[in-house]
Design a protein around this ligand. Structure first.
Ligand code: ATP
Ligand code: MG
Length: 731
């Protein structure tokens, strides 16, 4: 007889309870954000143990992050009232690594194999490509790496790549390079991240005995965030679940946000096909957010097509709650001030800072908020990445600036001397250090001597000479051109920007954005010295401080989490939705951005504040930004709009492109208060149908409709758009 229902079951609603108690056979829980999917999974785990269906090590549970795995372990432990140990609980990667250690010899490795980090992977692949005589300038290794990763995400070994998935990259040698790379890895007793699941799946696929052992071991399988699994993850799960078919997956098609990393939403549909007769449970009560927050999120996501479709109603006691705030601000600094002061105010009101989050679309956005929080002495943590000034490219750039302002700074000089690669090998560097030691000179001056001797070979000598000349030229420029323009020149002329432009890894565009943001920050200081001093202070904040901290992270990293107070800044066209999704132009990428917006809003329990800045400063020039289309898609009845803004004078500018350095003007300072509500009726500009107009981003077009403060415009290049009239000029 089943044991009397424990306390833990009483904490569920009837649908959740059904999902927990349907223990045998395949089960899919398909439900919106905050409906308790993760709680169901955790409770189900505990229930399996309490009812004696499985011992702790006989349940395989997959979470999306290590943080989620830790939380699940704690929650299961709390329900069981003892620490949960010996569990097969973790991310796909962690679980696959553990399995692979047990069977490494089946793929030619030993159990002590190393897992290469991304730098090592690329270095290895580069060697392989060089050996094949590939022109690395034309076909950078990073690009090939991305293709190999995609194959691995789809469970494809080198010998099994279907024609439809071949590539003409690297002169059609893709598969050959892949095979050679895999062989090199085995020879080194190593594998990369993608190999973990690939190898394990291959082992299960080809080795009936091993597969059977796991069928007997794992009586139950639990999977969270199922909508973001990729194909190889799916294949691995399917192999393991084939025996008893006791697999429970929970997910939400509206929260699928990792297709760029190979996730395939079709896995949800495939589940019903591969596991016929699967029970499907839907949950509709949301226990996280107030009704206005849910309505706002639901209204937005309703714009997506082909959804599986769900209703959400708040099951919170205090469901009524405040409307979602939409705040318009002058620029990103103003936006950071707004967020900072609201957090400060909440803190004074007793708000736990651990329940406050700022969720951004792109990593570079954290900079303005970090500085604001530091100024206000509000502790914070950046999840899923480093704090802004600790990021690799920012440290590199700052090393260049330090070397400029302080010629004796050996640490800075050492960091930049061969970044980007200038062909200064160990021999040249050893000669440089020797000379510096002997002559008791700072490295930079030793380098100046060294290039006058023949102690190093012509190539490194020329490279060193070019760097020293650059440093001298930029130092002189500092006086003439000002620090912002000079800083941009440093990054461009040193080859540093080109290094990241040539890099085809997924992170490279974000790094370039961070560098632009760095220049933006710099423009707020009168001199390079003042800026460097500011950074030294910012970097010195005490990280070890215990206690609650505000969380800063990207929307992608926030999946599955929840906070009392959530800030969603930067809702501007080109930022969110991202420029990339707009350039790709397809409805698909835009829909994924919208799902990301849905994930963002549904992280909030009580208060959700969305904002956008009307202007961004680039190189000391203003460019105007258009509010995100997602703001228009929020149901008006659920939101409260605050503030209205004017735009700065239009000055075309581009960064790191042709003509990027044309203007040396300092930013125009607009007095506070200048961005109060724009009272002018829009039609003062005399907009009418048929009129030709110009828009900063979309170019020329003709008005096809006029409605309150918005215009329908048929742009010559960009097609039909609906825009706020205040962002449009008569042409
Ligand atoms: P997401 O889609 O964002 O991952 P989810 O569906 O996994 O959300 P959970 O995180 O499990 O949702 O639950 C959301 C919140 O609601 C949590 O704080 C959870 O503890 C609470 N909760 C879930 N079910 C109930 C319930 N029956 N009664 C009260 N609170 C609940
Ligand atoms: Mg969850």
């Amino acid at each position: 007889a089943p044991p009397p229902p424990g306390d833990y079951l009483a904490r569920l609603n009837p649908e959740q309870r059904a999902a927990v108690e349907t223990l045998d056979g395949p089960l899919l829980v398909l439900a919106g954000a905050g409906t308790g999917k993760t709680r169901v999974l955790t409770t189900r785990f505990a229930h399996l143990l309490v009812t004696g269906r499985a011992a702790p090590h006989q349940v395989l549970s997959v979470t999306f992050t290590n943080k989620a795995a830790r939380e699940m372990r704690e929650r299961v432990g709390a329900i069981l009232n003892r620490p949960a140990e010996g569990l097969w609980l973790g991310t796909f990667h962690a679980l696959a690594a553990r399995m692979l250690r047990r069977h490494a010899e089946l793929v030619g490795l030993t159990s002590s194999f190393t897992i290469l980090d991304t730098d090592d992977q690329t270095r290895l692949l580069k060697q392989v490509m060089e050996a094949e005589g590939i022109d690395l300038k034309r076909w950078p290794p990073n690009g090939m790496m991305a293709i190999i990763q995609r194959w691995k995400d789809r469970g494809l070994t080198p010998d099994r790549i279907p024609v439809a998935e071949t590539t003409d990259y690297a002169n059609n040698k893709g598969e050959k390079l892949y095979a050679a790379y895999q062989a090199r890895l085995v020879a080194l007793n190593a594998c990369d991240f993608g190999d973990l699941l690939l190898h394990v799946t291959e082992i299960l696929r080809t080795n009936a005995e091993v597969l059977e052992r796991y069928h007997n071991l794992f009586r139950y399988i639990l999977v969270d965030e199922y909508q973001d699994t990729n194909l190889v993850q799916y294949l691995w799960l399917r192999l393991l679940a084939q025996g008893h078919k006791n697999i429970c997956c929970v997910g939400d098609d509206d929260q699928s946000i990792y297709s760029w990393r190979g996730a395939e939403i079709e896995n949800i549909l495939r589940f019903e096909r591969d596991f016929p007769g699967a029970a499907i449970v839907r949950l509709e009560s949301n226990y996280r957010s107030t009704q206005p927050i849910l309505n706002a999120a639901s209204g937005l996501i309703a714009r997506n097509e082909g959804r599986l479709g769900k209703t959400l109603r708040s099951g919170r006691q205090d469901a009524s709650g405040e409307r979602v705030r939409v705040v318009s601000l002058w620029d990103s600094e103003e936006e950071a001030r707004m967020v900072g002061s609201r957090i400060e105010e909440a803190r004074r009101g007793g708000q736990n800072l651990g329940e406050v989050a700022i969720l951004v679309r792109a990593g570079f956005q954290t900079r303005a908020f970090e500085e604001r929080l530091i100024t206000l002495a509000i502790p914070y943590r950046v999840y899923g990445g480093a704090k802004f000034y600790e990021r690799l490219e920012i440290r590199d750039a700052i090393a260049y600036f330090r070397a400029l302002s302080q010629p004796n700074d050996d640490l800075a000089f050492e960091r930049i001397v061969n970044t980007p690669k200038r062909g200064l090998g160990d021999t040249a560097m050893a000669a440089l250090h020797r000379l510096a030691r002997e002559e008791q000179l700072p490295l930079r001056f030793a380098a100046a001597r060294l290039i006058e001797t023949d102690a190093i070979r012509p190539r490194p000598r020329a490279a060193l000479r070019e760097l020293l000349e650059g440093l001298a030229r930029w130092s002189a420029g500092l006086e003439k051109e000002g620090h912002v323009v000079t800083a941009a020149q440093v990054l461009e002329e040193s080859g540093y920007i080109d290094m990241w432009k040539a890099d085809r890894s997924l992170e490279a565009p974000g790094r370039l954005d961070n560098l632009k943001e760095l220049l933006r920050a710099m423009a707020e200081f009168p001199t390079l010295g003042a800026f460097l001093e500011h950074i030294a202070l910012v970097m010195d904040t005490d990280d070890a401080a215990e206690g609650e901290k505000v969380s800063l992270m990207t929307l992608h990293a926030a999946k599955g989490l929840e906070f009392d107070m959530v800030f969603l800044p930067g809702w501007e066209e080109g930022l969110f939705p991202s420029q990339r999704s707009l350039d790709e132009g397809g409805a698909k990428s835009l829909e994924e951005e919208r799902r990301l917006a849905y994930v963002g809003i549904t992280r909030a329990k009580r208060l959700c504040t969305i904002s956008h800045a009307a202007n961004r400063r680039i190189y000391g020039n203003w460019t105007s930004s258009i509010p995100s289309r997602f703001l228009d898609e929020l149901p008006e009845s659920e939101i409260l709009r605050e503030g209205g803004v004017q735009q700065a004078p239009r000055i075309p500018s581009s960064v790191f492109g042709a003509g990027a350095l044309t203007s040396t003007r300092r930013p125009r300072v607009i007095e506070a208060g200048a961005w109060e509500v724009d009272q002018r009726p829009e039609h003062e500009k005399g907009f009418s149908r048929g009129m030709r107009v110009f828009h900063q981003k979309f170019g020329y077009g003709r008005i096809t409709g006029v409605d309150d403060d918005k215009l329908d415009i048929e742009f010559e290049k960009a097609g039909a758009k609906r825009l706020f009239a205040r962002f449009v000029e008569p042409a």
